[in-house]
Design a protein around this ligand. Structure first.
Ligand code: ADP
Length: 399
């Protein structure tokens, strides 16, 4: 089975994760990530499962390209399993309208990732760097690099969900439509939930909430996406760490025409200075607003808005599922850990026979897996996501 080893590279906009994994055994041998500790310092953390060893290396901040090289030369190549790796699978946030499914990376796929930079300007350039460097550092695997797209899972979204109420030619000529995000995480949630319920994926009906620094909700009917809260870019939908989520688009014209704020600064304001950070005026971390919920008015209102919007999306999405819903599933850093958020978001659903058991809810934190619903009500599952496993599975299937 060691012949099925995959290297997964998740080169994000401000994060970088790397994993050596056997996707068939669902076994990790190495997991690492890069943390940015300030303007001049990064820390590379990795866990070697074979030797049960955790390692941390603090280094002076270097370019993204050099960081990838550092990881290959100083960590991956020194791992005894490195030569057994059969595929390098890359997580790609946006495939645009051309790349619709996981694919071996060739010039055509690179072109699609490049053309989708417009829709994921923070992520796709880092993904491309990850691909170029991997091909350069591991020429023997240059034809075994695979792109796994977050947007693939959403490709079956019906037109009535993905079209905006804009002139049709904007969709036809420029691909302006809703693409969704967190697709790989949702794919994992569907895969794992179907196992837990012992139900075929094609029969599974769930509302999945991926709540992290970026947050979204997905309505999944018979294993397929029917609607999701993120749109053309990951700015639409829920309140997020630094993104506003849904706003009246005329606010943009007010900021531009009445306050004279430049388009570049409005973009920055909506994506990087809004959400929880904008409302608290000092912090985007959910742990912060949760710990200050009863002590600080701004934290309380930020958390209340987050839950209020989430309730609206969950309630709305339940109406899109035909017949009986199997479960509501929470995942992502916030979904897996914030019992308060789960309690407040679900509190008004008792009419639909959906209710949280406070004891279970308070126990399922710290990335544990478990049900948190009251007896004889709709299952509510907390399920840690595993995007890397899903990426590796797609990768090994392709080679
Ligand atoms: P990303 O979108 O960057 O992948 P994550 O899924 O890792 O994000 O989630 C990050 C978010 O999860 C942060 O807002 C963080 O505060 C929140 N979070 C992490 N641990 C906890 C916790 N124990 N309680 C509440 N929120 C948490």
């Amino acid at each position: 089975m060691s012949d099925k080893l995959s290297l997964v590279l998740n080169c994000g906009s401000s994060s970088l994760k790397f994993v050596i994994i056997n996707p068939l055994l669902e076994k990790r041998y190495l997991y690492g990530n890069v943390e940015y500790l300030g303007p001049n310092k990064i820390s590379i953390n990795w866990y070697d499962y074979l030797n049960n060893k955790k390692k941390i290396k603090h280094i002076i901040k270097i370019s993204y390209k050099k960081t990838i090289n550092f990881i290959f030369n100083n960590i991956l190549k020194k791992n005894i399993l490195f030569n057994k790796i059969k595929v390098i699978a890359h997580r790609i946030v946006h495939g645009g309208y051309e790349a619709t499914k996981s694919s071996l990376i060739d010039n055509k796929i690179i072109k699609s990732i490049k053309s989708a930079i417009l829709f994921a300007p923070l992520h796709n350039p880092s993904h491309l760097l990850g691909i170029y460097e991997s091909m350069k550092i591991c020429p023997h695997l240059s034809k075994k690099n695979v792109a796994v797209f977050d947007t693939s899972f959403h490709r079956t979204m019906p037109k009535k969900s993905y079209l905006y109420g804009l002139p049709y030619k904007l969709y036809k000529n420029y691909g302006i439509r809703r693409y969704g995000a967190h697709g790989i995480s949702y794919q994992y949630i569907v895969y794992k939930t179907s196992k837990i319920f012992n139900k075929k994926i094609s029969k599974l009906k769930i509302i999945a909430c991926h709540l992290g620094n970026g947050s979204s909700v997905a309505a999944i009917n018979n294993g397929k996406i029917i609607d999701t809260s993120m749109g053309l870019t990951p700015s639409e939908g829920l309140l997020m760490g630094t993104r506003s989520g849904d706003i009246d688009i005329n606010i943009i014209f007010f900021l531009y025409e009445c306050l004279g704020i430049s388009i570049k600064n409005i973009k920055n304001l909506i994506n990087k200075q809004s959400g929880i950070l904008g409302l608290t005026e000092n912090n985007n971390d959910f742990r912060y607003i949760e710990s200050k919920y009863n002590k600080n008015k701004k934290s309380k209102i930020a958390l209340d808005i987050f839950c209020h919007r989430l309730s609206k999306y969950i309630g709305g999405y339940i109406t899109l599922i035909d017949k009986y819903l199997d479960a509501i599933v929470f995942t992502g850093g916030i979904g897996q850990n914030s019992a308060l958020m789960r309690k407040l978001s679900i509190k008004n659903f008792s009419l639909l026979n959906i209710a949280i058991d406070n004891d279970f809810n308070n126990k399922i934190i710290n990335n544990k897996i478990g049900f948190i619903n009251k007896k004889n009500t709709l299952p509510i599952l907390v399920l840690p996501t595993d995007e890397e496993l899903m990426i590796a599975k797609e990768g090994i299937n392709l080679v």
